[in-house]
Design a protein around this ligand. Structure first.
Ligand SMILES: Cc1ncc(COP(=O)(O)O)c(C=O)c1O
Length: 430
C-alpha cells in the first residue's frame, strides 16, 4: 500500500470504529480496507492507483454499473432544480407508479431513506394493523440494523461474529421469534404455538445476507399459507432482490403475493432510499391517513428519487438483465471449472445477477451449510483475486453482484484472474 493509503487508514482508525462506517467495509483478512477515489462502469479506482473489477457494486444498488450516464444526467437535472423541498414532487409519484406497475402487490407505498427504516416501519405497521405483538424472522436473514430484528442476523453481523447484537434489551426482542430458514416443519411448529399472536412473518424470499441461499419453493409457499391461515401478515424483504432478480422481484419469480414488501438499494439508483408498501387496507393505516406513525425529513429525497426513477426506466428499456445475468452465469461457471481443475471442493450458487461461492462439498440450503464452508479459503482466494485486480465481495456471508456494465471483455479478464487466483491458492494449501 502507498503511504497515502496507510496514513489515511491510520487516521480513519482513530476516527471511526474499525476505521470504517459500516462493518463489512473493514476486511479482517487485509492490512487495510479498500480506499476508493472514484468509479466508472464495472471498475473501482483506489487511492493507491489500482483499477479493480467490482463485484460488490455498492452491495447491490448499482445494477447499471457505476456512473451510468442516464442516471448521472437525471441527478444533475434534479440538482439544478433544487435538492430538498419537504413537499410532494412529480418524480416520487412516477417512481411509485413504476414500482407498483411491476410489483403488483404494492398497491400503496411510503418512501423512506434506508432498507432498515423500511423494515422498521413495516414491523410497526403490522403490529398496528393486526393488534398482535409477535414477529417471526429467520436465522441468517438480515433486515437492517435495528433492535427488533438483530437476532441471529446475517450480513456484517454474521461476518463479525455478532449475529445477536449487544446493547439490545431482552424486552426489545421478547416478541421476536426466530425460525430456521428453509425448514417448513419448524415454521409450522412456530405457527402452531404462537400463530394467533403473530403480527408479521419477515422473510428474505431469496436470502442474500448469509451468502446466497435459494429456498425451496415449498418453503416460500408455506410462508404464505401459514400467515394466511393464522391471520398474520407476510413481509417479503426485497431490499436486495427488488428489481434485481427481475422486474417483479422474488415474489414474481415464485408467484407469491405478500401483504407487505420492503425495497431499497436499486430503487434509489445508488442514492439512499428505502420503501415499504403493499395492501391498500394495510398501508392506509400509515400517517396521516391512519394512526401508525411514519415521518422523515428526507423521505422520498428528490435526488434519490430521480436516480431511482432513471435506473428503473433504463432497466425497463431492456437488455440490463440479459447482460448482468450472462456475466454472472459465466463467472459462476468459471469458478466451478477452475476450482475443480485445481483440486478445490466448491459450491457455487447463482440466481440472475447474484452469485456466491463456498469452499465446501455439497449443496447450500441453510445458514448451517454456509457456516460449514471454509471461510479461511474464501478469504485467501479473495486476497489472491484482489491482488490481481478483481474485487469479489469481502465476506462469504455477503453476495456478489454483476451489472449491465460487466461486458464480455470485463468477464473474460475476470475469468483469467479466477484461474490464476486458484492456481496461487493451490500452491499455498496443497
Ligand atoms: C434484505 C435486506 N433488508 C434490509 C437491509 C437494510 O438496508 P439498509 O442497509 O439500506 O438500511 C438490507 C441491507 O443490506 C438487506 O439486504
Amino acid at each position: 500500500m502507498a503511504t497515502e493509503a496507510v496514513d489515511l487508514f491510520k487516521e480513519a482508525l482513530s476516527l471511526f470504529p474499525g476505521g470504517v462506517n459500516s462493518p463489512v467495509r473493514a476486511m479482517k483478512h487485509l492490512p487495510a480496507p479498500l480506499i476508493i477515489k472514484r468509479a466508472e462502469g464495472a471498475f473501482l479506482y483506489t487511492i493507491d492507483g489500482a483499477k479493480l473489477i467490482d463485484y460488490c457494486m455498492g452491495f447491490g444498488p448499482l445494477i447499471l454499473g457505476h456512473r451510468h450516464p442516464v442516471v448521472l444526467d437525471a441527478v444533475r437535472r434534479a440538482l439544478e432544480d433544487g435538492w430538498l423541498y419537504g413537499a410532494l414532487t412529480r418524480n416520487e409519484v412516477e417512481l411509485a407508479k413504476e414500482i407498483s406497475s411491476s410489483i403488483k402487490s404494492v398497491e400503496m407505498i411510503r418512501f423512506v431513506n434506508t432498507g432498515t427504516e423500511a423494515v422498521m416501519n413495516a414491523v410497526r405497521l403490522a403490529r398496528g394493523f393486526t393488534g398482535r405483538k409477535y414477529i417471526v424472522k429467520f436465522e441468517g436473514n438480515y433486515h437492517g440494523a435495528f433492535d427488533y430484528v438483530l437476532v441471529k442476523a446475517g450480513s456484517g453481523a454474521a461476518t463479525w461474529g455478532v449475529p445477536t447484537s449487544a446493547g439490545i434489551l431482552d424486552d426489545a426482542v421478547k416478541y421476536t421469534l426466530v425460525a430456521p430458514y428453509n425448514d417448513v416443519e419448524a415454521l409450522e411448529s412456530v405457527f402452531r404455538n404462537y400463530g394467533n399472536e403473530i403480527a408479521l412473518l419477515l422473510v428474505e424470499p431469496i436470502a442474500g445476507n448469509y451468502g446466497l441461499i435459494i429456498p425451496d419453493l415449498e418453503f416460500i409457499k408455506a410462508t404464505r399459507e401459514l400467515t394466511e391461515r393464522y391471520g398474520a401478515l407476510l413481509l417479503f424483504d426485497e431490499v436486495i432482490t427488488g428489481f434485481r432478480v427481475g422486474l417483479s422481484g422474488a415474489q414474481g419469480l415464485f408467484n407469491i403475493k405478500p401483504d407487505l414488501t420492503t425495497l431499497g438499494k436499486i430503487i434509489g439508483g445508488g442514492f439512499p432510499i428505502g420503501a415499504f408498501g403493499g395492501r391498500r387496507d394495510v398501508m392506509s393505516m400509515v400517517t396521516p391517513q391512519g394512526p401508525v406513525y411514519n415521518a422523515g425529513t428526507f423521505n422520498a429525497h428528490p435526488i434519490s428519487v430521480a436516480a431511482g426513477l432513471a435506473t428503473i426506466r433504463v432497466i425497463k428499456g431492456g437488455g440490463v438483465y440479459e447482460a448482468a445475468n450472462e456475466a454472472a452465469e459465466r463467472i459462476a461457471n468459471a469458478i466451478l471449472d477452475s476450482a475443480s481443475r485445481n483440486g478445490f471442493d466448491i459450491t457455487v450458487k447463482r440466481i440472475a445477477s447474484i452469485f456466491q461461492f463456498y469452499f465446501k462439498r455439497g449443496d447450500v440450503k441453510t445458514p448451517a451449510d454456509v457456516r460449514a464452508s471454509d471461510e479461511k479459503l474464501y478469504l485467501a482466494f479473495h486476497r489472491e483475486a484482489l491482488s490481481r485486480g478483481v474485487y469479489f465481495t469481502p465476506s462469504q456471508y455477503e453476495v456478489n453482484f454483476t451489472s449491465a456494465a460487466h461486458s464480455r471483455d470485463v468477464v473474460d479478464e475476470t475469468i483469467r484472474v479466477i484461474d490464476e487466483a486458484f492456481k496461487a491458492l493451490k500452491t499455498q494449501v496443497h
